[in-house]
Design a protein around this ligand. Structure first.
Ligand SMILES: [Zn+2]
Length: 473
């Protein structure tokens, strides 16, 4: 019954979108007279306000799209002949019709958008680079988990609109994604990131903090001391402790306590880690002290650890420590070296936060970055809103992903501000903040707005490098 209702709605919507828009049908070169448009090479800076069709591998049917996606993800497909496929295909068609009615797309608007369903139980959807320089698959990949979830058709349309935004803005090309990132400060309430100019102190602090975060994770509270909580150094610590299983099996229990403690660090449901209480700091200190005491007879050094891990790790660590640190730590016991490096990075991250606060007068919690994710949320929200979609953008999916934290999010939405969280490393962080943001964007939509444009990236740049086709969600 439900399904029949949706099917009728799909047909009505498609007809409606067709009448309104018929995007650029019959126009040559989509109205773009730039000689580089459709010259066979992908260029992302053509100032026509439409995506360059040369950037896409277009599939004539979904079997081709599945074959392409399988070869790049190594996941099995759900074939177009599967009974679960038609509903997903109708959802993608509906999303693509809405999208092309609202966004100037030039020749791309008349292309067929592929669909591949991947046999993966997680709830997700993504697009991918092809692997050839400047090429993306003109296809949306949806997981079996999403199709089998309790998400409504409208909710999945919202997600597909988000993915199409990534495709037409060339976001699956990594360099474009990097050029899109922009830092700002949420002063005077919560502004819409797209409307804010870049704030330079925020940019410098954000970039420096993120590069330390890649090494050390996102937990910067002094109370964590030398505890390896995330990033590459936590990974290095894990490698060290696995090594200890062989070298000092009698320390296995003591070493495992670090992992157990890490898995149970307190966190709030909204992506915001809690301040560290003195009791936790004591527990961290005594756990690490336990490891130190147990391995004190073992002279295994950082240099030996890196030799065991191979050139890639040695290069990574060497590039991220100072020559003075190398001198002190390379021949020091690995346990002391890794923990001290962690502690120093955490201190540096905290210094960046304090310096930002002193310089701008804004608390660190007000730093924001506008990213491809926010842009994709903006588009999916606006398009969905103009088409009377029952769900706003990716909100329903965000709620589903919040799981047990959903009630806390409902409460935060009722009593703003909604926390942005500490995880500036992830483009997908702060799901509850994203719901608040989608509602805010939806409120700005009115029925008579002009069609949305694909703005060219600010500088001349032609993709020339091969990119690993890893999923962009
Ligand atoms: Zn995304």
């Amino acid at each position: 019954m439900q399904r029949l209702g949706m099917a009728l709605c799909v047909l009505a919507m498609a007809a409606c979108a067709g009448e309104e828009a018929a995007p650029d049908a019959g126009e040559t070169s989509g109205g773009c007279t730039d000689p580089r448009y459709r010259d066979g090479v992908c260029q992302v800076d053509i100032p026509c306000g439409v995506p360059d069709v040369d950037c896409y591998v277009v599939f004539k049917n979904d079997l081709d799209a599945a074959t392409w996606a399988v070869s790049r993800t190594r996941l099995a497909p759900i074939f177009p002949s599967d009974p679960r496929f038609p509903r997903a295909r109708a959802i993608v068609d509906r999303a693509w019709d809405m999208f092309r009615a609202e966004v100037q797309l030039g020749d791309l608007g008349s292309m067929r958008l592929g669909l591949a369903i991947m046999d993966d139980h997680t709830v997700n959807a993504y697009v991918m680079a092809d692997g050839e320089p400047g090429k993306m698959g003109f296809s949306v990949q949806i997981t079996r988990g999403m199709i089998e979830s309790s998400l409504s058709d409208d909710a999945i349309v919202g997600v597909v609109l988000h993915e199409i935004t990534h495709l037409v803005h060339h976001h699956a090309l990594i360099s474009v994604a990097q050029k899109t990132r922009k830092y700002y400060i949420a002063d005077l309430g919560e502004p819409i990131g797209a409307t804010r100019p870049e704030n330079f102190p925020a940019r410098d602090a954000g970039r420096a903090w993120r590069s330390l975060g890649e090494v050390n994770g996102v937990l910067t509270d002094e109370g964590y001391g030398a505890f390896p909580t995330g990033g590459a150094f936590a990974n290095l610590w894990d490698h060290y402790t696995w090594k200890l299983y062989d070298l000092m099996p009698e320390c296995t229990d003591v070493v495992n306590r670090v992992q157990i403690l890490r898995a149970h660090l307190p966190s709030s449901p909204l992506d915001d880690k809690l301040p560290v209480k003195p009791a936790l700091t004591d527990q961290i200190d005594s756990t690490l002290e336990g490891v130190r005491a147990c391995v004190s007879a073992q002279p295994y050094t950082l240099d030996q650890l890196l030799a065991d891990l191979g050139d890639e790790w040695r290069e990574y660590v060497t590039e991220r420590i100072t020559p003075a640190e190398a001198q002190v730590f390379m021949n020091a016991p690995a346990v002391d070296a890794v923990l001290e490096l962690v502690k120093t990075r955490r201190k540096q991250q905290r210094a960046i936060e304090l310096d930002f606060e002193a310089q701008t007068g804004a608390p660190w919690s007000k730093i924001r970055f506008f990213s491809i994710e926010e842009m994709a949320d903006d588009f999916s929200t606006r398009i969905g809103q103009r088409h009377g979609l029952g769900e706003i953008g990716v909100s329903s999916t965000m709620f589903a992903l919040l799981e047990d934290a959903a009630p806390a999010c409902v409460e935060a939405l009722a009593t703003p501000p909604v926390p942005y969280g500490k995880n500036l490393l992830s483009e997908h962080h702060a799901p509850c903040w994203r719901i608040a943001h989608a509602r805010q964007v939806a409120d700005t939509v009115n029925g008579t707005s002009a069609r949305l444009r694909i703005e060219p990236t600010g500088e001349t740049w032609t993709p020339t490098e091969r990119e690993t086709p890893k999923p962009l969600y």
